[in-house]
Design a binder for this molecule. Structure first.
Ligand code: BES
Ligand code: MN
Ligand code: ZN
Length: 503
């Protein structure tokens, strides 16, 4: 997709479709009134007809009268006081998806109605809209099919329309937005791929190709070395499968190198290529979703690639413990005791609480490689989905100052987090008779306990993001298809870029 920024008035821009964001109950004065007049009053007619419901992401097509665009696509932003960066991305994606299967090659998007409402104005909106349009064109249904009539949106050129704006600044932001969208798309495709396609070794191969492309250092730790290193929790999960585990480690910048704000940041992603539950096997209903359990790993691999494109050389470490959790004669049994990389003896009371086991060793390993700050991303619990649903990522972290830095990054990225408490009083419920701790305690407070377990394996500032619900959608919404969403990719990118050197 090509893009261009123009400072012309929206009615002067030639395109197949002009996207016009509107508030609920628009007043039709100022430029919107002028646009409506030139469109022969079509927009007011739509409003009178009851077609502009004002519901956020609702869309309506209108004739364009004397405009130079062929048609108008109105997209509702709902209550303008509630507009935020996430909504801007989604409005753009919803507009793009609404046009699927229509003959639209050149899409113009009028930024001003959004720029008036959002902090950061037109240049922020340019970045978010470019990203949203590209993210809206993502569809996983072509991963395993070539020629099918899926009525996918295909746009050759996006024209960002911002009268009076700073052309250079908008162009820069839009370019950045497109790189972020491409990274998110890479993460989504990796996680949407099936488990018979993406084994730990295949994900490692993908990581090697990405490392090559972006000049990243890579190390893939195979079972013999992982065992010698003492990654007992990581190895315990992978044992039941014929597809051996891989600890994938990527780095930009030098070993242990500090970034511009004196961090060696590590991003760690859960890579369970299939989670059957192991011997503590899951019920069969919806088990096919568990191919998505590698989403955290796919996200950190894509995020380091995006950072390498936007600010090459920025110090960043990505660790993706990758396994398949399967039942079999070699599987870990409930009650098995293993030694973690940090020396703790862990009583595996439930083989389905496997994410925390592989992440624990990966977090320890990241610290050994010099990480001073750690963020892990994982489809860790069903409980986070019951607590928060698929619109907010659950987050834990300590100390609070680092948590706030991650929240600030998520706000720049247009992604919502909600903090969950690390309640020390529950630690005793994770104690084990035979070991130092068990991986799964009683079900009460199990979401908090998942965070507490991970905390046992970090000694530095750390945040955990549970994307079990936000990481993929079970059904399509106006701004996204079913499948992986790319959630937290942009947050990780923004967090890492806070440490980029500016020269
Ligand atoms: N991968 C699952 C969590 C999950 C469930 C992600 C549903 C997406 C949708 C994780 O490994 C798991 O099985 N968690 C258990 C933990 C429990 C055994 C303590 C859970 O949430 O039930
Ligand atoms: Mn599990
Ligand atoms: Zn899992």
């Amino acid at each position: 997709m090509q893009f261009r920024v123009v400072t012309d008035q929206p009615w002067d821009v030639p395109a197949d479709v002009l996207v016009v964001p509107v508030v609920a109950d628009p007043a039709f004065d100022g430029p919107l009134g002028e646009l409506d007049r030139r469109a022969g009053g079509e927009l007011q007619a739509l409003a009178r007809f009851g077609e502009l419901t004002g519901k956020r992401y609702a869309t309506a097509l209108a004739a364009a009268g004397e405009l130079r665009a062929g048609r108008i696509l109105v997209v509702s932003m709902g209550d303008p006081a509630k507009l935020d960066r996430e909504i801007v991305v989604r409005l753009a994606a919803a507009a793009e998806r609404r046009l699927g299967g229509r003959s639209v090659k050149r899409l113009a998007f009028w930024l001003s109605p959004l720029a008036e409402q959002l902090d950061g104005g037109a240049s922020a909106v340019a970045g978010l809209v470019a990203r949203g349009v590209l993210e809206g064109s993502y569809d996983p249904r072509t991963i395993y099919r070539e020629e099918v009539d899926l009525r996918l949106p295909v746009i050759d050129e996006l024209i960002l329309v911002a009268p009076g704006a700073d052309l250079a600044a908008l162009t820069r932001e839009a370019e950045r937005g497109i790189v972020i969208a491409e990274g998110s798309s890479l993460a989504r495709t990796l996680s949407n791929r099936a488990s018979n396609d993406v084994s730990p070794e295949v994900l490692a191969e993908e990581a090697r190709a990405i490392a090559e492309r972006h000049d990243l250092w890579i190390d893939v730790i195979e079972p013999d070395r992982a065992t010698k290193l003492g990654m007992g929790m990581f190895m315990a999960v992978g044992r039941g499968s014929d597809n051996p585990p891989r600890m994938i480690v990527l780095r930009s910048g030098g070993e242990g190198e500090r970034d511009a704000i004196d961090r060696h940041l590590a991003i760690v992603g859960k890579g369970v290529c299939f989670d059957s539950g192991g011997i503590s096997i899951k019920p069969s209903a919806r088990m096919e979703e568990m191919k998505m359990d590698k989403t955290g790993a796919c996200t950190v691999i894509a995020a380091i690639a995006t950072v390498a494109r936007l600010a090459p050389g920025t110090p960043l470490l990505a660790v993706a413990p990758t396994v398949e959790n399967m039942p079999g004669p070699h599987s870990t049994r409930p009650g098995d005791i293993v030694t973690a990389l940090n020396g703790k003896k862990v009583d595996i009371t439930n083989t389905d609480a496997e994410g925390r086991l592989i992440l624990g060793d990966a977090l320890t390993y990241a610290e050994r490689l010099g990480a001073t700050h750690l963020v892990d991303v994982a489809t860790l619990t069903g409980a986070v989905s019951r607590a928060l649903g698929n619109q907010v990522t659950g987050a834990f972290g300590t100390p609070q100052s680092f948590y706030e830095e991650v929240v600030a990054a998520s706000e720049r990225a247009g992604e919502r987090l909600w903090q969950l408490p690390l309640v020390d009083d529950y630690v005793c419920e994770m104690e084990s008779w035979y070991g130092d701790l068990q991986n799964s305690g009683s079900p009460e407070g199990s979401l908090v306990k998942s965070g507490l377990f991970l905390r046992e394996f970090v000694t530095r500032p750390w945040v955990h993001l549970d994307i079990a619900a936000t990481g993929y959608y079970r059904k399509a919404v106006p701004y996204a298809p079913r499948g992986a969403t790319g959630a937290s990719h942009a947050t990780l990118v923004e967090l890492a870029l806070a440490g980029a050197r500016v020269d």
